[in-house]
Design a protein around this ligand. Structure first.
Ligand SMILES: [Zn+2]
Length: 198
């Protein structure tokens, strides 16, 4: 199945009592990278891993989409964070979080100045120091789970998606920052602020 999807799809299961998804994350040195189609926080050091069905998936990078790619009952939220994990044999597992505008988390506040720094500069990267992925998902213990694909080319299938059911908060000024970035590369925006740059 190709991602993204609406999370009311019949093939989506609601997984409870997973606690913290059996992860062992750790703080690691990271860089923020403008990849052209999105902005990514890449872990240069060992940020730890997630174990699912006996397979270890290492946390490699985080990136954002604005507005969200996944919808819930047809509703699109303001922003979606993807935590991209990869196993030793290159299988992918993504943990996603949906956000609406509100009072933002400490993590997003820390990223904001770096995001602004590279937003208009393709292939630019900046060291952001040590990033701690613990606590990024908050206290969520209920997930939407399905087998999907990468949402960008090559759209490889066989990706395990776990999307936190509880919606998080981000500050309003983080969203325009993302929008400005996306529109600066001509990526179509489905929101009303598509002329943000012009
Ligand atoms: Zn993504």
């Amino acid at each position: 199945m190709q991602s993204p999807i609406d999370l009311t799809h019949r093939r989506v299961t609601l997984v409870r009592d997973l606690g913290y998804l059996n992860h062992s994350y750790s703080a690691a040195e990271a860089s923020i990278v403008n990849r052209g189609h999105d902005i990514m926080v890449r872990f240069d050091g060992d940020a730890g891993s997630l174990v699912m069905n006996g397979t270890v998936y290492y946390l490699r990078q985080l990136h954002w989409h604005s507005p969200t790619e996944h919808t819930v009952n047809g509703r699109r939220y303001d922003m979606e964070l993807h935590m991209f994990h990869e196993s030793a044999d290159k299988k992918a597992a993504v943990v996603g979080l949906l956000y609406v505008v509100g009072r933002s988390s400490g993590f997003l506040r820390k990223m904001e100045p770096y995001l602004r720094m590279i937003a208009d500069k393709k292939d630019r990267e900046e060291k952001v120091g040590v990033i701690d992925p613990r606590g990024l998902r908050g206290r969520a213990s209920v997930y939407y789970r399905y087998m999907g694909s990468l949402t960008t080319p090559p759209c490889t299938e066989g990706v395990i998606w776990s999307i936190v059911k509880r919606v998080g908060l981000t500050r309003n000024d983080f969203i325009p920052c993302n929008k400005r970035f996306f529109s600066s590369f001509g990526i179509k925006s489905v929101n009303k602020e598509k002329n943000f740059l012009s």
